[in-house]
Design a protein around this ligand. Structure first.
Ligand SMILES: Nc1nc2c(ncn2[C@@H]2O[C@H](COP(=O)(O)OP(=O)(O)O)[C@@H](O)[C@H]2O)c(=O)[nH]1
Ligand SMILES: [Mg+2]
Length: 194
């Protein structure tokens, strides 16, 4: 549900980074924030607890330049991953144009990834969206860790609809922009249909 302002010729769309607690959602946004040229970014807003965990969301507005004469803005959000913050996750999902699912590659987090994916699908459905038709990309993060499960196994467990899927080490920035570009591309293609 992107906002199109015809008089000021601006399009604003919303992309939500979803995933279990500590999978690296905030790290993705932090990396993007450090790499965006000054002129193209506003400040990143994070509502975090004292332990640095996202309490409500992180928010990063980006300027993607002009498309067909319209100034295009993307707003990136993360959700809090901890199980008990579900009402917040639903709130942050409202009006999403696209979703990035960040999966933690560590073996011990595989169950949490699967739960988070089910939770995403359910929360979207409850708001009248369908993950099947939503612009969507997946990131297998933390590929640097020795306990990382093989990519093939993760794909088997987490692939939803043959969505674009990327390996990443968000702390180093590997795969971060590839993931963002892939989802932004689908979001913009959807917008052009309207
Ligand atoms: N080794 C490793 N650690 C990571 C990676 N990405 C994130 N982390 C760490 O995982 C922890 C949780 O990351 P954070 O972005 O806060 O997770 P969030 O709960 O999904 O927002 C932090 O200590 C990060 O530094 C990665 O690719 N590799
Ligand atoms: Mg976070």
């Amino acid at each position: 549900m992107s906002l199109i302002n015809y008089s000021s010729k601006e399009i604003t769309c919303k992309i939500v980074y979803y995933g279990c607690g500590r999978c690296g959602k905030t790290t993705n946004l932090q990396y993007i924030y450090t790499k965006i040229p000054e002129a193209k970014k506003s400040s990143m807003v994070s509502l975090a607890t004292e332990k640095d965990r996202t309490l409500f969301f992180d928010f990063l507005p980006l300027d993607l330049g002009d498309i067909a004469g319209y100034k295009t803005r993307v707003q990136l959000y993360t959700v809090p991953g901890q199980v008990f913050y579900n009402s917040t996750r639903k709130l942050v999902l409202q009006g999403a144009d696209g979703v990035v699912f960040v999966a933690d590659s560590q073996e011990a987090r595989m169950e949490a990834n699967i739960e988070a994916l089910k939770n995403l699908e359910k929360n979207l459905r409850e708001q009248g969206y369908d993950l099947k038709s939503m612009p969507y990309a997946v990131q297998f993060n933390k590929r640097d860790l020795p306990t990382a499960v093989s990519v093939e196994e993760m794909y088997r467990l987490l692939n939803y609809k043959e969505e674009p899927t990327f390996e990443a080490v968000a702390t180093k920035g590997t795969g971060v922009f590839e993931t963002l570009k892939a989802v932004a591309k689908v979001v913009l293609m959807e917008l052009k249909k309207k």
